[in-house]
Design a protein. Structure first.
Length: 577
């Protein structure tokens, strides 16, 4: 190649008198250009890095974003949505839990929010609600800031829907975590299958293994959604919402749109809609309704879940369809078409033989040939109720099978778990694992649900007080109707009395209402007091919500604080792990 180049090259002697050629770009200029290119490239790379970190921070902040949505059902179960098929929603806050903490029903702030919405339903004055619920601390913390933001967002939603705060409904007892859910039924089942209590087991080892298995149930969340849920009363027109540009649609169609927007599976979103409907209907209506049946005998389960060395964070398992109630099964018989009367002496003696036995043993108890033939129907009813209770609390190899019968037959007061007085055979057990509650709530196929004990108390008070006020109103209406029938004409009679003021849980309001309940009826009506449907001797006791639930509070505390006592003759109904 070099030789070929030399062949076509002409050589000549340089002229020493002329100047040598100079490059078109000066050396200093060339160095400056190279420096500028290098600096620009580095700047672009640094900018890309900073922008990438900002986007990641934005995604993380969005992952902690908490959104408030309102779910309004009409009487046919359709949901209020916008024209785009989206639930009315607004962002609350994205700075509440900054250190990888997520809002859940087991957080104390969730109970504060529920009590806040409960107070909305008990008052018609928004200013009174805001003034009585929020007490400004000297140093507001993150929870106080979040509660204030929750109220602001609720007021904004109420303004858009032209509603008052007491019409916004009550807080739903679950949080929807949006994003790609990474927990399958198989993993949940494996977790539940593992939690098998053993009387001689190592509690610390079991808790550690449960924690490891719970790690596989985590999900990658893009946000969290809270729901205010309400149901329009019968006869209440939905036209006021349609005039604002909203419409009611079937949850089956809305679940597709909402699932796409929130990045959750469609069946998960549809399951939330079904549970929301159950929550606002059967979940908040105490059974049985106002019918002729008065008393009954029930068999129930009390499972207290508590982390080891924790005294306050208690959780209990409740009926998923009736959140206010424990898992209950009525003891019926072939010859009892409606409800069983109170237990007689022979039936009580038969039940006392089970006080040291577990639920599994009672369900599999063989029929004793020494029992009279006319008593077999009761023994079969007890066995059937025990088996049905095991089926309803469908937790494979769970503590339910080891639950011990409480050593007494509990006489339930009215409006505690049922509207009327009844008797309860209660099986109890204690589980030292706080993660079991979250695993139960993750499985939508189960018929039970886990609630924090403090939240359950707040929720139960709402249902119990509503049932009591309905009973008082219907009793007064019956009294007025009997008065009309007695006189034969209603023209000369005043209208039926209005329901009394809502009962606040204070000594002053209780005493005032009690004094009113003892006021004599005007003698001019000539109606005997026996026609009045409310027993005035028990009215004062029923007015106090705490009196209706004192029996359950005592048992829960005893299970929680005396669980380490292993003497079976002292506490035979405590399950020791």
């Amino acid at each position: 190649m070099h030789y070929c180049g030399m062949a076509g090259t002409q050589y000549y002697m340089p002229d020493h008198t002329s100047n040598p050629p100079s490059p078109p770009i000066h050396r200093l200029v060339l160095v400056g250009l190279i420096t500028a290119v290098v600096v620009s490239g580095c700047s672009v790379l640094v900018g890309i890095t900073i922008q990438g970190r900002r986007e990641k921070d934005l995604v993380r902040q969005r992952a902690r974003q908490i959104v408030l949505e309102i779910v309004v059902f009409d009487e046919w179960g359709k949901v209020l949505v916008t024209n785009d098929g989206i639930l009315p929603m607004k962002d609350i806050d994205q700075k509440l839990y900054t250190k990888n903490r997520q809002l859940s029903i087991f957080e104390p702030v969730f109970n504060r929010l529920f009590e806040l919405t409960r107070d909305w339903k008990e008052s018609t004055s928004a200013t009174h609600i805001l003034r009585s619920t929020i007490i400004e601390p000297l140093k507001p913390n993150e929870e106080d800031h979040f509660v204030r933001r929750f109220i602001d967002v609720a007021q904004q939603l109420a303004g858009e829907l032209k509603l008052c705060l007491f019409e916004m409904g009550i807080l739903y007892d679950n949080v929807l975590n949006t994003g790609v859910i990474d927990n399958s039924k198989r993993s949940r089942r494996n977790f539940l299958n593992f939690v098998n209590p053993r009387a001689d087991g190592d509690g610390e080892l079991q808790i550690a293994m449960v924690t490891d298995m719970r790690g596989g149930l985590q999900f990658r969340s893009k946000g969290q959604h809270l729901f205010l849920v309400q149901k329009l009363r019968r006869g209440e027109s939905a036209q006021r919402f349609t005039q604002l540009g909203y419409r009611f649609s079937d949850p089956i169609f809305i679940s597709d749109i909402m699932a796409s927007k929130l990045s959750v599976p469609r069946d998960v979103m549809l399951g939330y809609f079904h549970d929301l409907w159950s929550y606002v209907t059967t979940g908040m209506e105490m059974r049985p309704a106002m019918t002729a049946r008065s008393k009954g005998v029930y068999m129930g389960l009390l499972m207290v879940i508590q982390e080891k060395n924790e005294k306050e964070n208690l959780q209990i398992v409740v009926d998923k369809a009736n959140r206010y109630s424990l898992p209950l099964v009525e003891i019926m018989g072939e010859d009892v078409p409606d409800s069983r009367p109170p237990l007689n002496i022979f039936e009580r003696e038969y039940i006392r033989g089970f006080f040291d036995k577990s639920l599994e043993e009672v369900a599999s108890e063989p029929t004793n040939s020494n029992i009279p033939a006319n008593f077999h129907h009761f023994t079969r009813a007890v066995n059937q109720a025990a088996r049905l209770l095991l089926d309803n609390t469908n937790l494979p190899n769970s503590p339910v099978t080891k639950a011990i019968l409480h050593p007494s037959i509990i006489d339930l007061p009215p409006f505690s778990l049922t509207r009327s007085t009844s008797q309860l055979l209660l099986f109890t057990c204690h589980v030292p694992s706080a993660d079991l509650g979250a695993a139960i709530n993750d499985d939508q196929a189960l018929r039970v649900y886990c609630l924090p004990w403090k939240f359950y108390q707040s929720f139960w008070r709402v249902v119990s007080d509503v049932a009591f006020h309905e009973y008082v109103a219907q009793s007064r209406a019956k009294l007025h109707q009997r008065t009309v029938e007695f006189h034969g004409s209603a023209r000369s009679l005043p209208p039926p009395p209005r329901p009394g003021p809502r009962i606040h849980r204070t000594k002053t309001s209780t005493s005032t209402t009690s004094e009113r309940s003892r006021e004599p009826i005007d003698s001019g009506t000539n109606i005997a007091m026996s026609n009045f449907c409310i027993d005035t001797d028990n009215t004062e006791e029923l007015l106090l919500s705490a009196n209706r639930m004192q029996w359950l509070t005592s048992i829960v505390k005893e299970l929680a604080y005396y669980r380490r006592v292993r003497q079976k003759h002292q506490h035979p109904y405590i399950l020791h792990l």
